[in-house]
Ligand binder design. Sequence first.
Ligand code: ADE
Ligand code: ZN
Length: 335
Amino acid sequence: MRSPLVALPKTELHIHIEGSLEPEMMVALAQRNGIALPYDSVEAVRAAYQFENLQSFLDLYYAGAQVLQSEQDFYDLTWAYLQKCALQGVRHTEIFFDPQTHTDRGIAFEVVHSGITQALHDAKGELGVSSALILCFLRHLSAEAAMATLEQALPYRDSIIAVGLDSSELGHPPSKFQAVFDRARAEGFLTVAHAGEEGPPEYIWEALRLLQVSRIDHGVRSLEDPALVEYLVEHQIPLTVCPLSNIKLCVFDTMAQHNLKQLLELGLCVTINSDDPAYFGGYLAENFEAVESALGLLPEQLVQLAKNSFKASFLSPAEQQPYLQELTAYAASLA
Ligand code: ADE
Ligand code: ZN
């Protein structure tokens, strides 16, 4: 039986919508769009998901995303994820999308944006799941390409709350994108960045100082730098930690070795997230279950993680209030 803690009201703050493409949908969309996949079954797709590091995953992830072609495809992808949210206590989600993965193969920004945002709109009404959208730049591509993508996004800025930075971390420090993030902030976007997943603590400092991020995505390597830990605690900069992802991409060998509990006990604003749930073996509830059992988290620590997820979100304090009340009431009913 599932722990009732899995149904805690919570938000998700680190989910790449392209990473929610389940093998079943990948195969169905390949058929719908007449695209040849290098796999002959859903089982073969799943069997290929053995990764040694971030790059070995990214290679398959970008190949898989090629089945996404039409507005309907992006709608279906996003809707399937939002239905999962509704089943797992996720009241609010802040979704990453990678426009360059699509525009670089000739899919219009408008097609991607429209399919995703229509599903987000429908989910608010039909599923009671609210959302925000975060545009991520692919850091293995140039700063000029990121700037051009930012310019493409300007007509849609009312529906995009923040910009972020993802893809291959090593060799692509945040400093490479300082001018793009300066411009994004001047245009009114909030900022986040992946840092300290595979990269060193210095990349986290750069994301904070040069990109002025509101949250660090991953950030698990911050423990290597005591001054950084002190800064993150003092300023309560949230870390969007992704436990199942970290195991699948060999950031830690086993879940029992994950540093999430340590980070939490040091007073960091840690949150739990799924990253790329279709590739890493689980959505948000499965991530909560995995850390609960492997790290022996106490019920109050799981409640703290859910609380942190609302506090770390881009919801205003007034918008957070009813969710936090619901969370407190739910936690009390379990005690
Ligand atoms: N894109 C999708 N998932 C990612 C991750 N875990 N790190 C960097 N880029 C990503
Ligand atoms: Zn990520």
